[in-house]
Design a protein around this ligand. Sequence first.
Ligand SMILES: Cc1cc2nc3c(=O)[nH]c(=O)nc-3n(C[C@H](O)[C@H](O)[C@H](O)COP(=O)(O)OP(=O)(O)OC[C@H]3O[C@@H](n4cnc5c(N)ncnc54)[C@H](O)[C@@H]3O)c2cc1C
Length: 293
Amino acid sequence: MRRVFLANNTNELWDMLRQYPEAAIYAGGTDLLVRMRKGICDPSALICLERMDCLKGVREEGDQIFIGACTSHTALLADPIVQRSFPVLAAAISRLGSPHIRNMGTIGGNIVTASPAGDTLPPLYILGAAVEIMSMDKTRRLSLADFIRGPGHTDLKPGEILAGVWIKKDQPYNIFSLEKVGQRKALAISIASLAALLRVSGEGIIEEARLAWGSVGPTVTVSKEAESFLAGKRPEPGALGEAARIAMDAVSPIDDVRASKSYRRLVSGNLVLRLGASVDGNSPQPAWLPPAD
Ligand SMILES: Cc1cc2nc3c(=O)[nH]c(=O)nc-3n(C[C@H](O)[C@H](O)[C@H](O)COP(=O)(O)OP(=O)(O)OC[C@H]3O[C@@H](n4cnc5c(N)ncnc54)[C@H](O)[C@@H]3O)c2cc1C
């Protein structure tokens, strides 16, 4: 029989981890319990973080916002700081799973699962998020990009948990865009997604662009080349078309049950074409890129 422990605070958690170092940690269980049911993993014991209020909530500290790892997606969507400061993150969360999954699932669980299709990851990348990792005797911080090592792999060491995420409060962008393409509109794992933040001048010139694609590589894909190419340009069909072609070279998708790699590559480019509409709803939509085969 498998034992399940419910930690109420960090002291209890460290005691449990000392006694059961092989135990698997979970928060909402929407990833871990599914993997256990599928027989992908079979931990000897479970430690649940759901009652640890110290790992929940959103708070401001100086010029940073801290989001506790065990904050549910539903709580994040309702949070005024998240709505105001990080609409690109809120938009991604609003498309994650279903209301039930958002009620149970947490931002920390989404990050530690490190799925190429994890919906919070592209927005967190372009927001420059850093993770806070806690163990019995120390706390450390590193960028999300360094934390995610590959599909399902993070820098988390035995005895460590994710405490939360830090994001700079005042982001210098005035336009965001979040696109998620799946097999359905709701309750669908993404086939390709694009999170974008743009700083656009009063004259309509892109001064700075941050772009991150999900589900089209082993981890989140970023393209410094596409970002630099767009800087100084108007979000018009010619420039967006060229940025889309750069993006298609940058991604490294795979074939799986949801889509082929060539479709994913094409969609990654086409999502860039939509950025014009985010800047100016009346701007002409460039023609979709032709499929390669
Ligand atoms: C039907 C369904 C639909 C889904 N749809 C989507 C979707 O559209 N988009 C999407 O991105 N995901 C989706 N998911 C996946 C999942 O719901 C999310 O990834 C969710 O955010 C996971 O959070 P959780 O708290 O439930 O994670 P858990 O299952 O509790 O944990 C997941 C992993 O993270 C680890 N972990 C959790 N919290 C911590 C912590 N604080 N410190 C250290 N390790 C921790 C656990 O050990 C485990 O390995 C879906 C899942 C289901 C079942």
